[in-house]
Each structure stands twice: as C-alpha cells, then as structure tokens.
Design a protein around this ligand. Structure first.
Ligand SMILES: C[S@@+](CC[C@H](N)C(=O)[O-])C[C@H]1O[C@@H](n2cnc3c(N)ncnc32)[C@H](O)[C@@H]1O
Length: 307
C-alpha cells in the first residue's frame, strides 16, 4: 500500500472546465466542489457570459454528465449557487443523475448588495448530492460546539431524559446542521476594520470548504474543483492529504493560486499541465497514485460482482 503524503500534491490546469471534465477518466473523483459563476451576481465578465438564465442552465447541463461519469461510486458533489439557481439546477440537472443528500443554506453575516425591491441577500445554497449510498459522510469529523452551554454543562454531569433514556452530550460537539454560518472571506480579512478589495471577487471561506472536504472525502481521495478561482479548495484539501485537481479558465487567477499554495506552512507540490487530453490523463494518474488509489472503486451497494 502506498503511504499518502501528509500534504498531497495539487494539479493545476489552465483550461475550460467543460473540456477538462470531458477528458477525465471514469470514476476517478471522490469529491467535486463546484463553485461555478453565479449568473449575473458578480461584476466580473466571467459571471456575465450568458444571454439568459436558459443559456446558463444549458451551459451547466453541458458539463453535468461528464462530471457524473468522473465521480467514483462513493463520490459526492457540492454545488454552490443562488437560491433561485439552486432550485433550477437541483431539479432539472442533479436530481435525475445523483442522490440528493442535503440542501445547505449558507448564511452570511454580510452578503451581496441589496437591490431596492428585494430583501438583502445574505444566503447562498449548497446542493449536496452523492453518486450512491456508498459515499462516506464523516459526521463526527464536522461536529460543532453546542450552543446552549449551561444546559450542556448540566447534561454532561447527569444526563437529561430523552425518549425514555438519559442523553449525554457528545464530547466532540453537536451534529452539523444544514444551516451553515460562515463569515465571508472578505470580512475575515478586514484591514483596520475595513473590507479591502479581495484578489478574487468570490473567495470561499476556508473553514466552509474544510467542512465539505472533511465530511465527504477520505485521506487520499481525489478532489476536483473545476472552477478554482483563487484555489481555496486545494489550499484546504492538500494539507488534509487529499490530492486535488484545480481547473481555472482565467489566466489572471493562476498567480494567485500559486501564491496561496506556496504560502501554506507546508506547501504542496504543484503539477501544472495544459488542456491536452494526454497531459490531463497522466496528471490524474500521478495524483491517484499519490493518493494510494489503485483505481478500484467500491461497487454500488447491493450490486453483485459479475462472474
Ligand atoms: C465563483 S468563482 C470560484 C471561486 C472559488 N471557489 C474561490 O474560493 O476562489 C468561479 C470561477 O470560475 C471561473 N470560470 C468561469 N467560467 C469557467 C470555465 N468555463 N471553466 C473554468 N473556469 C471558469 C471564473 O474565472 C471564476 O474564477
């Protein structure tokens, strides 16, 4: 068995996500973190590429099938989006292909600006789907502190009656719910109390991505982020011993990704390739090998081995 390095390598591909997803070998990805453009929410050309919502949904539909083909049978995916888009994409595109696990509401203390005629937007949805029941969910790895400390202190001593038994709090904390509160990275990185223009408009909080990686991947499992932006997924996943492949179309973000990875206490090895199929395939081979993956993906639960 290959020992998985404590800091796993990162593959960085400067390419269109659709082309990369098409080129991936079948069933190689254990976790796909999907944070695509929102559709006309951010003042960036990459968020305004489509004429209409229908065009946008069609664009997403173009890469969902290759993505599903690349997911291992114990694979999971998390798709970020506005509540409106999440509703559309979940029903139209994910539901027929994958198993729904949770619809997570990420509550932001700050948020997008508020148009005059709507409530201020302070949430984002994250759709969590799995390829099959074999996908892990490490709920003990993502427990959070109990909120009612007084009640919990009392319960720790003597337990409290629940369903005819005595309930004692879990020393690791309470189960994570599907409502997540994470301050956005922009507000975490204030300078002298002021928010500064971030190097990328939509950097996700590292703690939020860390929860996803801890819950839905194993050490050595290959993680994919086809819309890498500033590279947050690899910044988090590589030190957690998950080899990660990032893809980003905009060349201007590549130096930021390299810089964030190089600034980690133990910087990962970064393997950069272009969009050619052969290059991508050998990159994935190297990353799988680093993760100790022998290419065997668990059978679907209930399936019998042929022969
Ligand atoms: C919402 S941002 C991702 C932010 C990222 N999660 C982070 O924490 O920094 C979406 C990213 O997708 C990139 N993008 C847009 N269209 C793309 C495409 N067709 N292929 C690959 N990347 C694309 C944009 O340049 C942008 O950086």
């Amino acid at each position: 068995m290959v020992a998985v390095p404590s800091v796993a390598p990162v593959g960085l591909v400067h390419a269109d996500a659709g082309a990369v997803l098409e080129a991936l070998p079948p069933r190689c990805i254990q976790l796909a973190v999907l944070d695509p453009p929102y559709y006309r929410m951010v003042d960036e050309p990459w968020d305004r590429q489509w004429e209409s919502e229908e065009d946008y949904v069609q664009w997403v539909g173009g890469w969902i099938d290759p993505l599903c083909a690349a997911l291992r049978t114990d694979g999971s995916t998390y798709l970020f989006g506005t509540p409106r888009m999440a509703a559309k994409l979940g029903t139209m595109l994910l539901e027929p292909r994958l198993e729904h696990r949770s619809t997570i509401t990420w509550v932001k203390r700050d948020g997008f600006s508020a148009p005059r005629t709507t409530y201020a937007r302070s949430q984002e949805q994250i759709l969590y789907y799995a390829a099959s029941a074999a996908a892990p969910f490490h709920r003990d790895a993502i427990r959070e502190p109990y909120r009612s400390t007084k009640r919990i202190r009392a319960a720790t001593r003597t337990g409290i009656p629940k369903d005819g038994r005595r309930w004692f709090p879990n020393p690791k904390g309470r189960l994570a719910t599907d409502v997540w509160e994470f301050t956005s990275q922009r507000h975490l990185e204030k300078v002298h109390g002021r928010t500064v223009r971030p190097p990328h408009a939509t950097i996700k909080p590292t703690a939020l991505i860390g929860r996803i990686v801890a819950a839905s991947s194993d050490v050595g499992g290959l993680v994919l982020d086809p819309f890498a932006g500033s590279g947050t997924t690899a910044v988090v996943a590589a030190p957690m011993s998950r080899p990660t492949v990032l893809c980003e179309k905009e060349e201007r973000y590549l130096p930021l990704i390299r810089q964030r990875l190089a600034a980690l206490p133990k910087p990962p090895e970064v393997l950069e390739v272009g969009p050619r199929r052969s290059e991508l395939r050998s990159l994935i081979g190297e990353l799988l090998e680093a993760g100790g993956d022998d290419g065997h993906t668990p059978p679907l639960p209930g399936a019998t081995e042929a022969g």
